[in-house]
Design a protein around this ligand. Sequence first.
Ligand SMILES: [Zn+2]
Length: 120
Amino acid sequence: MMNILNDILQAAIDGLSTDDMGCDWICDNCNAYMNNQSGFSTLNGIWTCSECGTCNDVSSDNIRNYGTQIITDNQKRYIQKIEELLGITFYGDTFEEASDFIDSNKDRYQSKLHTPHKYR
Ligand SMILES: [Zn+2]
């Protein structure tokens, strides 16, 4: 039990002291893991690899954003139409979830949209 607590504490301390924006940073040139290089920080947006001396971009521009993009207005409009016509509800709040929802329902939506009202 104590070991687990120590691990959690150590991980928290590591997380605070490395200032890595929650990402793993690998040297573009030599593939060294840079997070644990002495004094590593993303604060300056660049980090010189201590293994090979290559200057790496460690700014937020270099981080992939997974699921953090929000739904666009176009998607919202389309989703609203799908919900109304198909009588289903979209539960989600990211761009990816919206894309998936539209992708998986647009065929049904289109075919129903192009079916005369009396045959729906
Ligand atoms: Zn390197």
